[in-house]
Design a protein around this ligand. Structure first.
Ligand code: SIN
Ligand code: MN
Length: 218
């Protein structure tokens, strides 16, 4: 896959450590993006963005987060990375995952059981996310399905070891992706956001939504 520096999804063949990576540029129409954003605004009024901190060091993430669904991903200095049924600040259950996201999970993820968590990441213009694996789930057979809204991000993905070579490509508003198959446990992160690249969010910034199955079906 030679996606560096240009729009993802032009490449049909994805091989090696990234076999199973599915890219759907422009998956959400402009109308669907606006509709999803309205639903997210309502959900975030119920479950406000919070700033997670790293295990042990307590260093804050530059990305602010919330969740939708029966479970949500959280991180703090004492408890580390984990899923829990309630918001760490309000103590309330997370809002439901909207239908449009459940549909994306079915269409792109193609997994027989529904997602249990949808992590909402909010990136201000200077925010980034270091290389990491999504491995706090018990079920790695299920994909992680990602949808992006707002400013374009430079996304980086490598292999199963942190030191493996990486490739990078841009994720724009409305793009969808699934980390499935061999790419499910690939190291990935976000190097930067391109301010002003989308008019969807009036104040700028980027929202990324990742749908996850936490426990094995049944
Ligand atoms: C994540 O890995 O949780 C988010 C990736 C992204 O923002 O595209
Ligand atoms: Mn991740």
């Amino acid at each position: 896959m030679a996606v560096s520096g240009r729009k993802a999804g032009d490449d049909a063949a994805v091989s090696g450590a990234l076999a199973g990576l599915r890219l759907r540029p422009g998956y959400l129409s402009s109308e669907a993006q606006r509709d999803l954003l309205a639903r997210l605004r309502a959900a975030l009024a119920e479950a406000p963005l919070f700033t997670p901190v790293m295990p042990r060091t307590g260093k804050p993430f530059s990305v602010r987060m919330s969740n939708l669904g029966p479970l949500g991903w959280v991180s703090d200095a004492e408890g580390g990375y984990r899923y829990q049924a309630t918001h760490p600040v309000t103590g309330r259950p997370w809002p439901a995952i909207p239908d449009i996201l459940l549909q994306a999970w079915r269409e792109i993820g193609g997994y027989p059981a529904p997602p249990e968590a949808c992590l909402v990441n909010w990136y201000a213009s200077g925010a980034r996310m270091g290389l990491h694996q999504d491995r706090d789930e018990q079920d790695f057979d299920a994909p992680v399905v990602s949808l992006s809204l707002g400013d374009t991000a430079l996304f980086r993905i490598g292999g199963l070891r942190r030191s493996d070579p990486t490739r990078s490509f841009r994720l724009a508003s409305g793009d969808a992706m699934a980390l499935a198959g061999d790419s499910r446990l690939a190291f990935h992160g976000v190097d930067r956001i391109y301010p002003g690249s989308s008019a969807l969010l009036p104040q700028g910034g980027r929202i990324n939504l990742t749908l996850r199955r936490v426990s094995p079906p049944g």
